[in-house]
Write a protein that binds this ligand. Structure first.
Ligand code: ADP
Length: 403
């Protein structure tokens, strides 16, 4: 049985999963793991599918100083102790820029192209690419596939894709890309099974995790997103503000003396639920707090999600279904209820019992717009893409220019 390694490499952690490919082309998850604390106290931890711990150990900071070394250390552990030698690696890569509208097998030419998008996703792209580069250097024969968070949105029409700025900036890539595409693509792929009544209609999907965005799906294709050029726009997140007047950023720089790097750090790490509440970026902590600022942050979050639902409904000229996903969307009845209460005008009516039990369909039978909770699985989506792209047979061109 062949195995595929899926890697999601960030600044201080590498998350990985192993999937076995079955004879029927199906994929079975075998291992979930991560190396975290990179740069300070790296630790390797992994579990099997029954959540049994397979390994939990500290790694030497000298031998595992960075993301590249962390992925190699995880690969060595898989090979030496589990006898797993992946035949291919699928990587999550945040930005595919205007050029890549589907996953691509990475060689040094593709890597060079992807380097150009580092300024578009400075906190993620360098680490995504560093991991690919180190495998390419050490194991050039292992096929690697880059799967982009932007790709699923590349079919947006020009109205959705542009800012009201001069054309030459659009031409050089200043566009409304949208992110969390692997999550939305997975949801779109399983809607026919989990919510057949809405699968081919107009659906708003709310990916509410530490990072959060929303997507308008029309017949399972993305037509609009709340995120744009970077993963800062849209709804508030754990530590990012979501939509903010660019004048605020100018004010921070002209009046508060922030450099571009200061403003970047502020917008990515100090805002959102954390900045608003002054308590935490973590929704669970806010729900458990009796501080009124925590309740205000939750109300604000629900308000902004609902405002953006109105925008996405306008993009599709209506809405026929609503899907909650990711950490908050899948697990928080309280936040779902707060959002749904503001969506009554769009026909959403939650069933309090089904919502409290985190059932798959959380709306009442008579709700004009059915609402669902669907667990996302970005890693499975990456594994699927990796298998499909490496299967023998014709494939679309690697370089697909967006029109
Ligand atoms: P990411 O993958 O972007 O790091 P997740 O999708 O794991 O984020 O979502 C993390 C968020 O989900 C956190 O704000 C966390 O508090 C929230 N969350 C997870 N479980 C619950 C729960 N039971 N109730 C409320 N919020 C939850």
């Amino acid at each position: 049985m062949d195995t595929i390694l899926v890697a999601n490499s960030g600044s201080s952690s590498v998350k990985f999963q192993v999937f076995a490919t079955g004879p029927d082309g199906g994929l079975e998850r075998q291992v979930r793991g991560q190396v975290d604390g990179i740069g300070t106290h790296p630790r390797l931890r992994a579990t099997d599918t029954d959540r049994k711990v397979l390994v939990e150990r500290s790694l030497d900071n000298q031998t595992v100083p960075d993301v590249q070394a962390a992925l190699i250390a995880a690969g060595n552990w898989l090979r030496d102790e589990l006898r797993i030698a992946p035949v291919a690696i699928g990587h999550r890569v945040v930005h595919g820029g205007p050029l890549f509208e589907r996953p691509v097998r990475v060689d040094s030419g593709v890597l060079q192209q992807l380097e150009k998008y580092v300024p578009l996703a400075p906190l993620h792209q360098p680490y995504n690419l560093a991991a690919i580069r180190s495998v390419l250097a050490r194991f050039p024969d292992i096929p690697q596939v880059a799967c982009f968070d932007t790709a699923f949105h590349r079919g947006h029409g020009e109205l959705a894709d542009r800012y009201a700025i001069p054309q030459d900036l659009y031409a050089e890539g200043v566009r409304r890309y949208g992110f969390h595409g692997l999550s939305y693509e997975y949801i779109a792929s399983i809607l026919p099974q989990v919510a057949p009544e809405i699968a081919s209609t107009r659906v708003i999907v709310a990916h509410l995790g530490s990072g959060a965005s929303m997507c308008a799906l029309q017949a399972r294709r993305s037509v609009e997103s709340t995120m744009g050029f970077t993963a800062l726009d849209g709804i508030p997140m754990g530590t990012r503000p979501g939509q903010i007047d660019p004048g605020v950023v100018l004010y921070l720089m002209s009046e508060k003396g922030m450099s571009p790097a200061d403003a970047q750090a502020f917008l990515y790490h100090e805002c959102g639920l954390k900045g608003l509440s002054g308590i935490s970026n973590d929704m669970r902590e806010l729900e458990n707090s009796s501080d009124p600022r925590a309740q205000f942050a939750i109300d604000y979050f629900a308000y902004r999600v609902a405002l953006n639902a109105g925008m996405l409904a306008a993009a599709m000229q209506g809405v026929d279904g609503f899907v909650f996903t990711a950490g908050i969307g899948e697990n928080s009845p309280k936040v779902r209820a707060a959002i749904a209460a503001r969506l009554a005008w769009l026909g959403v009516s939650l069933d309090p019992g089904a919502n409290a039990r985190n059932e798959q369909r959380v709306s009442r039978y008579e709700s004009r717009t059915p609402a669902y909770v669907v667990r996302t699985d970005e890693e499975l989506m990456i594994a699927r893409h990796t298998v499909t792209l490496l299967a023998p047979g014709p494939h679309p061109s690697q370089y697909e220019k967006a029109s």
